[in-house]
Design a protein around this ligand. Structure first.
Ligand code: GTP
Ligand code: MG
Length: 285
């Protein structure tokens, strides 16, 4: 299975609605935080946002750093900085980096605040809109900042539907938005990365195809981790042979002693998505 043959049956209507809502709200916003998944900093960047966000100051937040390859995350951070972007690495599950993110947002808002001060406007809260692909952790960040479960966050794409402003401490107001994808992926690689990290619902792509590509990729880039975690050995990154080995060891066998490929696929996907298998970055910096 070549990643260039990987297909996604697309496009959910509520995303168009979400985009329109963003276009309306952007007028009220001082700073935009684009949350990316640090396992796929490139594939999780929404090319559509450039038009929608106009020239608002932007801060990039690389989330889920606890699940990504730390060395690659640092390379990505450097790359974003080289491109002149304000960028922070965060982990919303533990709150690591969140303080630094707030500081960076305040710095990005400084020109706007100075303009207000000239007009005599004091103590106006900074309005921040959080945007990003589905399931990247936008609602989790807001809950962490407010210190309670103000908005619903859950491990499924498409949880947030409406938009709501939430006041947090330090003179900030945050707007949670529904995760947005774009109508067409220029490269099947992007669809693959979004599918594997959980931004796309499973009913629009072939899970077995996707995991075959994933296993081949991990076996090529991170062979030692794969070998160690499953207690297997291999010389070439042949995904089917590797999945057979995993299946045999883990008892994914159907009646008659045949390999239950669906079960292996489910297992590998779970181990990958929970990061028990290891910390991986799918997009190369
Ligand atoms: N490991 C890890 N998990 C995270 C992190 N941030 C969020 N999550 C998990 O990711 C899942 C999705 O989080 P949400 O906050 O609902 O994502 P969202 O971006 O609001 O998703 P939509 O509303 O569907 O667009 C949840 O299971 C979170 O617990 C993180 O930094 N690390
Ligand atoms: Mg949400």
């Amino acid at each position: 299975m070549d990643v260039q043959d990987f297909k996604i049956q697309w496009f959910p209507g509520h995303m168009t609605k979400a985009r329109r809502m963003m276009e309306t709200q952007i007028k009220l916003v001082d700073v935009v935080v684009e949350m990316l998944d640090s396992r796929i900093p490139l594939s999780s960047t929404n090319p559509m946002l450039i038009e929608v966000l106009q020239n608002k100051p932007k801060v990039v937040a690389l989330n889920k750093t606890d699940m990504a390859d730390p060395a690659k995350t640092d390379l990505w951070i450097q790359k974003f900085k080289n491109n002149g972007l304000a960028v922070c690495k965060i982990d919303c599950n533990t709150g690591k980096g969140v303080k630094q993110l707030i500081t960076t947002i305040q710095e990005a808002a400084k020109p706007v605040i100075d303009k207000w001060l000239k007009k005599g406007v004091k103590n106006r809260p900074i309005r921040v809109m959080i945007v990003g692909i589905p399931n990247v952790g936008k609602s989790t960040l807001i809950n962490r900042l407010v210190g309670k479960n103000k908005v619903v966050a859950s491990d499924r794409p498409g949880v947030t539907r409406g938009q709501q402003w939430i006041t947090i401490a330090k003179g900030l107001e945050l707007l949670d938005t529904p995760g947005v994808l774009w109508p067409k992926f220029d490269d099947p690689e992007i669809g693959f990365c979004l599918a594997m990290t959980g931004a796309i619902k499973e009913d629009v792509y072939d899970r077995n195809d996707a995991v075959e590509i994933l296993v081949e990729r991990l076996a090529t880039r991170y062979p030692e981790q794969l070998k160690k975690f499953y207690g297997i050995d291999f010389d070439t990154p042949d995904p089917i042979a590797i999945m057979e080995k995993i299946g045999t060891l883990r008892g994914c066998i159907k009646a008659g002693g045949v390999l239950d490929l669906n079960k292996v696929v489910q297992l590998v996907l779970r181990d990958f998505r929970t990061a028990r298998l290891g910390r991986f970055t799918l997009d190369e910096p």
